[in-house]
Write a protein that binds this ligand. Structure first.
Ligand code: ASP
Ligand code: MG
Length: 403
């Protein structure tokens, strides 16, 4: 008998009608003689609503209570699912993280699962029951409730699949898979049938909202194959996998773009060892995430220019931190808030020469100026003016034969 973990996202359990619908999906796996476990998110909007309530009390709401508050959303959806399954004649019960327990490590709001005790789940599966497990939450060694980061139910499902040794882990969501680029922005986007963990990790980190980035990492580390499918329409989704067999010789798998970045250039910085560290130290202390960085080689060894990108919303704070920074001296600071990062992603680029050239050429032919470039083994990112993003994505989508 095969074991499957089904994870349902917030929109998939967003109202009672939808909960009835996903219970039919659960029932279809039961009919196919699967042992079924369900992990659910909170109903859509619930977690955000709880966050807003905490903010009305304080922006520094006690983090342990924040987790106790936020984890309540999953209790509701799981009880409703278990209730509906019992109603239609499928034996089911809900489990909250502390009842298993799901043991986490690390800080409140951003803990990581390191063990799930599955003994009682196995017993229940053994008598034909369907356990419904709260996503997103866990308990720490002090037995306090924790949460594992926004969209964390993905990670719960993946770790559950690991500890229960499931044959499959299926992420049911409101899109029918992972696309070559955001289908809302580009009408030629196509669904990807199979994608490697590393590619998915890049796509997720670069803003594809389909899965939580750290959950993809969990899947990779534990070799859990995932399928992403829609809970609304019955279509084959996307497989996220490590296996190399039956991949086409596609070089680029996907293209992603960010909406709002800001570029900062510090001109004429005194060049000496430690200057970059001095610039970034206060940013890191203030949790400002620096993304692309370029430093020019200083010809005379005295001065250099340094450019980096951050999220637009961090611009004011960053400007202030640089101006206050007594450890650096420079001639001029300049800012550009209207920039976006466009990236091409694919493991095929490791073995195929000329990809960088083709990318730059495709952008040049559309008269799109490249501001900053950064590369990794399986990704090339360029920074362009935000008004050129759509055009850039379209040109690259075509160039790399994804249309
Ligand atoms: N309910 C949580 C959130 O909104 C977890 C999840 O949806 O996966 O972030
Ligand atoms: Mg989600």
């Amino acid at each position: 008998m095969k074991t499957v973990v089904l994870k349902f996202g917030g929109t998939s359990v967003g109202n009672i009608e939808r909960i009835k619908k996903i219970c039919k999906i659960v029932s279809s796996y039961k009919k196919k003689k699967f042992k079924v476990l369900v992990v659910s998110s909170a109903m859509s909007g619930v977690t955000n609503d709880l966050i807003n309530k905490s903010k009305k009390i304080s922006d520094n709401f006690d983090t342990a209570e924040y987790d106790a508050l936020l984890s309540s959303g999953e209790q509701i959806s799981c009880a409703l699912i278990a209730g509906q399954l019992n109603h239609i004649g499928i034996k089911s019960r809900s489990w909250q993280s502390w009842q298993l327990p799901i043991i986490t490590e690390g800080p409140h709001k951003n803990a990581r699962i390191n063990n799930i005790v599955v003994k009682n789940l196995k017993k229940f599966l053994g008598i034909g029951g369907v356990p419904i497990i709260t996503g997103f939450q866990g308990v720490n060694k002090d037995f306090r409730l924790t949460t594992i980061g926004r969209s964390g139910s993905d990670a719960t499902a993946i770790m559950l699949a690991k500890f229960i040794k499931a044959d499959e882990c299926i992420i049911y969501t409101d899109v029918d898979g992972v696309y070559t680029t955001d289908p809302r922005d580009h009408n030629k986007a196509k669904k990807i049938k199979k994608i490697y963990y590393d590619e998915m990790l890049e796509m997720a980190s670069l803003g594809s909202k389909v899965m939580q980035p750290s959950s993809v990492q969990d899947a990779k580390l534990n070799n859990i194959e995932i399928k992403v499918k829609s809970s609304f329409i019955n279509k084959t989704g996307t497989s996220i996998t490590a296996s190399k067999k039956d991949f086409s010789n596609q070089i680029i798998t996907g293209i992603s773009s960010t909406k709002s970045n800001a570029k900062i250039t510090i001109v004429g910085v005194k060049d000496r060892p430690g200057v970059a560290a001095s610039i970034f130290e206060p940013l890191s202390k203030n949790l400002i995430n620096v993304d692309m960085v370029v430093q020019n080689i200083s010809l005379d060894g005295k001065e250099t220019d340094l450019t980096f990108t951050i999220k637009s919303e961090d611009l004011k704070k960053t400007e202030k931190l640089i101006k206050q920074n007594k450890k650096i001296s420079y001639k001029k600071l300049s800012f550009d808030r209207g920039v976006s990062k466009v990236s091409i992603i694919g493991v095929g680029m490791i073995t195929t020469p000329g990809i960088t050239y083709r990318m730059f050429q495709a952008l040049a032919s559309k008269k799109i100026n490249i501001l900053v470039i950064s590369t990794s083994e399986i990704k090339i990112s360029v920074l362009v003016s935000a008004r050129h993003v759509k055009k850039a994505v379209a040109a690259l989508h075509k160039e790399f034969k994804l249309d």
